[in-house]
Ligand binder design. Structure first.
Ligand code: FES
Length: 163
């Protein structure tokens, strides 16, 4: 049995070591390290969690706890397109929760989930800067205002047709 076996591809492994080398081995660097890893890899692979934990002298469970606590971090690769639906106050008052429920049903995945075909990840956002034109969402960081379920379906269809 080899508890240190990792399955990170060698380029990802090299990137991880490059990131870890930028920081000293203290736990206060955990969040910047996680941000860097997700920026480079798109998510925080389980094998990276083990190495990060070693590097900052924390347990694997502690690092995993931080990854799962902050919704910004992903434990799985994201879909090709990222849809964020605003759940902040102005959007909530204009039907954001109903829009989110529709999006989950339409895509067949839950919040923080990815569609079975890997095309879309659905995430919450907490203000996209379009409060006066809520409810708002973004697809691949492009924001859309005054969203309705019908407009949502049309946007998803448009993105699918561009694939
Ligand atoms: S509250 Fe939704 S965009 Fe500001």
């Amino acid at each position: 049995m080899n508890a240190t076996t990792h399955t990170l591809p060698s380029d990802a492994h090299a990137s991880l070591h490059e990131i870890l080398a930028r920081y000293d081995g203290t736990a206060t660097n955990l969040l910047p390290i996680l941000h860097d890893v997700q920026d480079v890899m798109g998510y925080i692979p389980a094998d990276a969690v083990a190495e990060i934990a070693r590097a900052v002298n924390l347990s694997r469970a502690e690092v995993h706890g931080v990854v799962t606590y902050y919704h910004h971090f992903r434990s799985e690769p994201a879909g090709k397109h990222i849809i964020q639906i605003c759940r902040a106050e102005a959007c909530q008052s204009m039907g954001a929760e109903a829009l989110l429920a529709h999006a989950q049903q339409h895509l067949g995945c839950s919040v923080h989930g990815t569609t079975a075909d890997g095309n879309f990840s659905l995430e919450p956002a907490y203000c996209l800067g379009l409060c006066a034109s809520s409810p708002a969402l973004s697809i691949n960081e492009e924001v859309h205002a005054r969203m309705t379920p019908e407009a949502f379906d049309a946007l998803v269809a448009e993105v699918r047709s561009q694939a």
